[in-house]
Write a protein of this length. Structure first.
Length: 118
């Protein structure tokens, strides 16, 4: 099995060597969308919370009924699996989820675009 992993790593290195522009484009696209998602995470979470997508807080208050910082914080915590006190990852977990989603979307989109470039 290690031989297969090594072969794949060698194949990947050869691909990067033969296609540097495509690889750079994918990396730049991935980093850019991840960075935008990181910066926009509070607004994205608040938008989801205000739309009623995230349900309720641990105390039973509907997240969509909140506003301002309370809406943002509760939304981020909900995306992070709940508050740290309740065993979730809290607001940091919510930021991580949104950023990870942005990175994945950027990687997929930039890979798709790069694959069509000659």
């Amino acid at each position: 099995m290690a031989n297969t992993a090594i072969d794949k790593a060698i194949d990947a290195a050869i691909y990067v060597e033969n296609n540097p522009k495509k690889c750079i484009a994918v990396v730049v696209g991935t980093v850019a969308t991840g960075g935008v998602a990181l910066v926009a995470a509070p607004a994205i979470a608040a938008g989801l919370g205000a739309a009623g997508v995230l349900g309720a807080t641990a105390s039973g208050t509907a997240i969509s009924s909140l506003s301002g910082v309370a809406l943002t914080n509760a939304s981020l915590a909900a995306l992070g699996g709940g508050t740290i006190a309740a065993g979730g990852a809290g607001m940091a977990g919510g930021v991580t989820v949104i950023t990870g989603t942005g990175v994945a979307a950027g990687a997929a989109l930039s890979s798709s675009v790069a694959s069509k470039v000659k």
